[in-house]
Design a binder for this molecule. Structure first.
Ligand code: FRU
Length: 498
C-alpha cells in the first residue's frame, strides 16, 4: 500500500514537473522541481544505472527528506522516475536520509538508508535518532522492510553516537554484505564505521575504518569505500573542516584517503590525503562500479555554505556533477568526465598552435553547452606571466580561469556569474605542468562550469547562474604563449537531461 506521503509527492511531481522542464540544465541531473542534495543509491540494476537523491520537492530549500529517482544507460541522458521513498514510517518520520543501493542475487533492488526520528523528552528537549533501514524494490516501486531499522544504536561501539549515525554505503564481498556509515565520536570528531551482514537484517560492527581525529573536520558524512588501481580509497565529506593552504576549503567539504585496508583490524592505513574537487560546489560524492569495471563518481554540485540564496526565479535548486571516471595514479585520485559524453559532441572547432598575447576571441568559439579543451605552452624562448580563459561572458558577466605558471596555480573567479547574495566566489588551487604545458578541459552547462586540469589531475566544480545568452569566450595572456583549442558543442536534441 502506498503511503499518503508518497502519493502526495508523486501527485506533486505529476503536476509541476512539466512546467519546470524548460528551466533545467541541459545535461546535469536536478530534482526537476524543488530541492536536492546528496546523490543516493547510485547502482547498477538490471542493466541500468539508478540514481536517487535527497529530495524536498515542495520548495527550493532543504526540508523533510524524500528520495527522488532517475536512471540512465549512459550517464548522460537520464530518465526521471517517480519519487521512491517518503518519510512515512515511525522510524523515518523526520527524514529518509542518505544511503546506497545494490542489486541482490534474487533480482530485487535493495535500498539501505538512514531513518531519522525526533522525540521530545518530558522537559521539552528534542532528541534525534538515526538508524539504518532497508527497502526492497523492482526499480520503480520500493517497500520498506517491516522490521526496520536493521542497524541501530545497539550495534554501535560504546563510544558511538545514536544521533549522528548516517549515510550507509553498501557493497557485496563474496557471500557477505559490508557497509560503511558516518558516525560522531564523543569529542565531536567524525569516524567511518564498518559493518558486516550475511542476510541484510542482522549486522555486526567490525570497527572504525578511519576517523577525523579532530584534524580533518568534525562529523564525517557520506562515506564511500572501494578498491581502485591497487589501492583502497575512502571518500568522505567532513563537516566543519578548517581551511588549509590551497588544499582544503573551509566548511563542509570533501576528503579522499588513499591507502590500504588492514582487514585484520578493519582499518584503513592511510598513505595520502587530498581534496576531491578544488571548486566551490562539490559534496557527498558516491560511486558505482560499471558493468565494464569502471568506478564512476557523481556528487552534489553545491556548497552547503551558499544554499541560503538560491536564484529566485528557478523552479529547482541543487544539481549533480557530471559523472566522472576515477583512477588512482601515484597515490592521487584522477577524474575525467564519463567517456559516454563524447557521443554527444556536435559541431567541432579546432585551432592549433595559435600565438596569443593580450585578448583573443576565436571564430566559432563561444557557447554555454560545450566541452572545450585548451592547451597552453610558452611561446618559443619566452615565459608568459599568466593565461586567462573567460567564459559565460557578456558586458556584465564573466567567469575567469586564471593560470599563473610562476605560482603553479589556477584561480577561478565567478564573482560576476549571477549568484544572488554574498557567497564565496573565488577558489585557487595548485597544479603542475605536464611536458611544458597546461591543459584545461571545461564543461559548461546552463548553470555550471566543471574544470579538469591535465586529464583529471585536478577537478573543480562551480555553479554559475549567468543567463544563457552570456556565451562569450576570450583567451588572454600577459606575455606570449601558444594555445591549442578543441571545442565541441554538446548536443542533446529533444532528449534533454532530466
Ligand atoms: C550531507 C547530509 C547527510 C544526510 C543528508 C540529509 O549533505 O547532511 O549526512 O544524510 O545530507 O539530507
Amino acid at each position: 500500500m502506498m503511503s499518503e506521503k508518497l502519493r502526495r509527492v508523486r501527485a506533486f511531481e505529476a503536476e509541476h514537473l512539466p512546467a519546470a522542464a524548460a528551466a533545467l540544465p541541459w545535461y546535469h541531473v536536478t530534482g526537476g522541481v524543488g530541492w536536492i542534495n546528496d546523490p543516493n543509491g547510485f547502482s547498477l540494476y538490471k542493466g541500468e544505472y539508478h540514481l536517487f537523491f535527497q529530495y524536498h520537492p515542495y520548495d527550493n530549500h532543504w526540508g523533510p527528506m524524500h528520495w527522488g529517482h532517475v536512471k540512465t544507460r549512459d550517464f548522460v541522458r537520464w530518465e526521471r522516475l517517480p519519487a521512491a521513498l517518503a518519510p512515512d514510517e515511525a522510524y523515518d518520520q523526520d527524514g529518509c536520509f542518505s544511503g546506497s543501493a545494490l542489486e541482490l542475487p534474487d533480482g530485487r533492488h535493495l535500498l539501505l538508508y538512514t531513518g531519522v526520528r525526533k522525540e521530545r523528552d518530558e522537559d521539552g528537549t528534542e532528541r534525534e535518532f538515526q538508524t539504518q533501514c532497508i527497502a526492497f524494490g523492482d526499480g520503480t516501486e520500493y517497500e520498506k522492510y517491516p522490521q526496520n531499522p536493521v542497524i541501530t544504536a545497539a550495534d554501535l561501539p560504546p563510544e558511538g553516537s545514536a544521533r549522528d549515525f548516517r549515510d550507509p554505503k553498501i557493497w557485496r564481498e563474496g557471500d557477505v554484505y559490508r557497509a560503511v556509515a558516518g558516525n560522531r565520536m564523543p569529542d565531536g570528531s567524525g569516524a567511518v564505521l564498518l559493518f558486516e551482514s550475511d542476510d541484510l537484517r542482522a549486522w555486526r560492527y567490525l570497527g572504525i575504518l578511519a576517523a577525523s581525529g579532530r584534524r580533518r573536520g568534525r562529523m564525517w558524512e557520506c562515506p564511500d569505500f572501494f578498491p581502485l588501481d591497487g589501492k583502497d580509497v575512502l571518500l568522505v565529506s567532513p563537516q566543519e573542516m578548517k581551511a588549509e593552504g590551497l588544499e582544503f576549503l573551509e566548511g563542509n567539504v570533501t576528503l579522499c584517503l588513499v591507502g590500504w585496508f588492514d582487514r585484520e583490524h578493519s582499518r584503513l592505513i592511510r598513505e595520502r590525503e587530498q581534496t576531491i574537487d578544488y571548486g566551490l560546489d562539490f559534496y557527498a560524492p558516491q560511486t558505482v562500479q560499471t558493468a565494464d569495471g569502471r568506478r564512476i563518481m557523481i556528487a552534489w554540485m553545491q556548497y552547503w555554505n551558499s544554499v541560503d540564496c538560491p536564484p529566485e526565479d528557478l523552479p529547482f535548486f541543487g544539481q549533480m556533477t557530471v559523472p566522472r571516471e576515477l583512477r588512482v595514479r601515484d597515490g592521487r585520485l584522477l577524474q575525467t568526465p564519463v567517456r559516454e559524453l563524447a557521443a554527444y559532441r556536435g559541431e567541432k572547432r579546432e585551432y592549433c598552435d595559435v600565438p596569443l598575447s593580450g585578448d583573443l576571441a576565436l571564430p566559432g568559439v563561444r557557447g554555454r553547452c560545450l566541452d572545450m579543451t585548451v592547451t597552453v605552452r610558452p611561446a618559443e624562448g619566452e615565459m608568459y606571466q599568466s593565461f586567462r580563459l573567460d567564459v559565460a561572458r557578456d558586458e556584465e558577466n564573466v567567469v575567469s580561469i586564471l593560470y599563473r605558471p610562476a605560482s603553479g596555480t589556477v584561480r577561478v573567479d565567478r564573482t560576476r556569474s549571477g549568484y544572488p547574495g554574498n557567497v564565496l566566489n573565488v577558489r585557487e588551487f595548485a597544479v603542475r605542468e605536464r611536458d611544458g604545458a597546461i591543459r584545461l578541459r571545461v564543461l559548461l552547462d546552463r548553470y555550471s562550469l566543471e574544470l579538469f586540469v591535465n586529464d583529471g589531475e585536478q577537478a573543480a566544480s562551480f555553479t554559475v547562474y549567468t543567463k544563457a545568452s552570456a556565451d562569450g569566450i576570450i583567451f588572454n595572456t600577459v606575455g606570449s604563449a601558444r594555445i591549442d583549442v578543441e571545442k565541441y558543442e554538446l548536443e542533446f536534441g529533444d532528449e534533454r537531461s532530466v
